[in-house]
Design a protein around this ligand. Structure first.
Ligand code: NAP
Length: 277
């Protein structure tokens, strides 16, 4: 690549100052000595289409998209992967050399790879999963759990209608469990996942009974501020395998970086430390 064609990538959101993606991709660019740049860009919804169309001409090879643009970008893409269609949102755009915009959603991939890396004994096919939450993150988690062969998913949400809606969309692997029954539904689950914002800094704590947690269960929290949530502490105390949410953020970035910069990057302790700094 010539000096004038330094590859550029970005994360588009509104607001965007909180994003950890620049630290994450910046670490990999330095580690692999790639002459590229990754920048945060604050884009208001009314400017999204114009900005996305302009970026390839400025040397951008792709972008991540975050709140509130994840659904809207599907309309701007020429090609949308099956998993992004199923989830109904994209987090990664690739600006192809033929001018086409390719949209993908790598959140579910990141979720699964995080468990594979940090709970190597995890057997997703070994029993039911209990999933808390029915928002955007839940859609990615459900799609990936179904894809990897989890036999039954018990879905529980404060607003049951949203869980019912997901059951209608994702099919019979999902059964909807009443929020107040979630503690019971945990008893023979082998995978437990929190996709709600409960436990996050500034949000209420999870108040669901957690005494059914036991050894052998893999317990994952998507919340990563703080890293150690009440759910993960309870999992540790019960002898279950806790997996924090930061790894999902790190792993979802791998396919994007590889497509943009041509090298599959590693998720390791050094990367975690760089993102936590
Ligand atoms: P979202 O679409 O707004 O969904 C929020 C979910 O949390 C809904 O299920 C909502 O239930 C539930 N919730 C919120 N407040 C609640 C309360 N007081 N009591 C019970 N349930 C409550 O958000 P999202 O995009 O799915 O994100 C959810 C969380 O996942 C956030 O903390 C986000 O940071 C995290 N996340 C992490 C990663 C990662 O890489 N680790 C990736 C994506 C998201 P209702 O339907 O009843 O409102």
């Amino acid at each position: 690549m010539s000096e004038t064609k330094v590859p550029l990538a970005a994360v588009l959101g509104h607001p965007i100052a909180h994003s950890k993606s620049p630290q994450l991709h910046g670490h990999w660019l330095r580690k692999y000595a790639i002459k590229g740049h990754y920048v945060p860009i604050d884009v208001a919804p009314e400017d999204l289409e114009r900005v996305v169309q302009m970026l390839p001409t400025l040397g951008f090879v792709g972008v991540n998209v975050t709140i509130p643009h994840k659904e809207a970008v599907l309309q701007l893409a020429d090609l949308v992967t099956e998993r992004a269609k199923l989830i109904g949102a994209a987090n990664t755009l690739v600006f192809r050399k033929d001018g086409k915009i390719h949209a993908d959603n790598t959140d579910g991939y990141g979720f699964v790879q995080n468990l594979v890396q940090n709970a190597p004994k995890w057997n997703p096919k070994g029993g039911p999963a209990l999933v808390f939450g029915a928002g955007g993150a839940a859609r990615a988690v459900l799609a990936s759990l179904i894809d990897i062969g989890v036999p039954e998913i018990r879905l529980t949400n404060r607003t049951p209608e949203r869980a019912e809606q997901l059951r209608a969309e994702f099919g019979k692997t999902i059964t909807v469990v009443d929020w107040v029954q979630a503690g019971n539904a945990m008893e023979d689950a082998t995978t437990v996942v929190n996709t709600t914002s409960l436990g996050m800094v500034g949000k209420p704590e999870m108040r669901v009974p957690l005494d059914a947690l036991k050894p052998g269960m893999v317990v994952s929290d998507l919340v990563y501020t703080p890293l150690q949530t009440k759910l993960l502490r309870a999992a540790t105390d019960a002898g279950a395998m806790p997996v924090d949410g930061l790894g999902m953020l790190l792993h979802q970035a791998v396919p994007a970086f590889e497509r943009w910069f041509g090298l599959r990057p590693e998720v390791d302790e050094e990367l975690r430390a760089a993102v936590l700094r």
